[in-house]
Design a protein around this ligand. Structure first.
Ligand SMILES: [Zn+2]
Ligand SMILES: [Zn+2]
Length: 261
């Protein structure tokens, strides 16, 4: 059987709908060998009820450590999905350095003070081309910050199905090159299938660029409920193989290893 990992899971520690232990059985049923939790953490943004309170990070890590000790049938990993806030890299780094994680997912949800994934209202009266480019600029800064092991949903700005009028290919190419230089992993995030976009992140038309530039990949569900762990993975694996990928990244204590896809 293929060794599958799913490193992007949200539980009631942030905006997920079930407790961490409730995901174990679903993960085993979905053929997952390593299940990694990655609660939302947004420093420098107040009153975000979709995020974990930064004061709870230590408790969360201890909770997952306990779960790992009590789980026999799969390997449990501890991660965080951390918002990259431009200009705050140093502070985010000092905060994260206090904690022992298997991996850090760096994600861009914010453009300015608002998140791009909350609702289509965000896009009203704005130029989508400009937003698209700003989003890629922020993701590029997140990559170059050196804070993260994995970049989450690198083109989340597509969530509502809007399309730029310009050709976005050069932006994907530029980002892929920076990712390679920075030695960072991107995720094929299957959760976009459940959003208005109705497809994976990143855009499958540009996946070949990441393969050509030899950016390492991992496959994540971004599940917020147990039923969605490992969702659409058969299709995701097939797509990656067809695009030329042969390996995927696994992490332990922030050390990366590449294993067969
Ligand atoms: Zn996210
Ligand atoms: Zn997420």
């Amino acid at each position: 059987m293929v060794y599958r990992t799913d490193y992007h899971i949200h539980t009631t520690f942030s905006d997920g709908k079930a407790a961490p232990e409730e995901y174990i059985e679903a993960a085993i049923a979905a053929g997952i060998s390593e299940l990694g939790y990655s609660e939302h953490l947004s420093l420098f943004r107040e009153d975000q009820n979709w995020c974990m309170n930064p004061d709870n990070v230590a408790t969360y890590i201890e909770y997952i450590d306990n779960l790992r000790r009590n789980t026999k049938d799969l390997i449990v990993k501890t991660g965080l999905e951390v918002d990259f806030i431009p200009g705050k890299g140093k502070e985010i780094g000092s905060f994260l350095d206090k904690y022992d994680l298997d991996y850090r997912i760096g994600s861009v949800h914010y453009l300015g003070e608002k998140t791009v994934d909350l609702g289509p209202e965000f896009y009203e009266g704005k130029s989508f081309d400009t937003l698209f480019e700003s989003y890629f600029n922020n993701v590029t800064d997140a990559v170059s910050s050196g804070l993260f092991d994995i970049i989450g949903h690198l083109d989340l700005i597509r969530i509502f199905g809007y399309k730029p009028t310009m050709d976005p290919e050069p932006l994907y190419r530029k980002l892929a090159k920076v990712m390679k230089e920075s030695d960072i992993v991107f995720e094929l995030n299957t959760n976009g299938r459940n959003r208005p976009l109705a497809d994976f992140y990143p855009d499958r038309r540009y996946l070949h660029i990441f393969s050509e530039e030899q950016v390492p990949v991992c496959i994540n569900s971004d599940a917020h409920t147990p039923a969605r762990v490992g969702q659409y993975f058969d299709e995701a694996y097939k797509l990656l193989k067809e695009t030329g990928f042969t390996e995927k990244a696994v992490f332990t204590k922030r050390k990366r290893k590449m294993i067969r896809l």
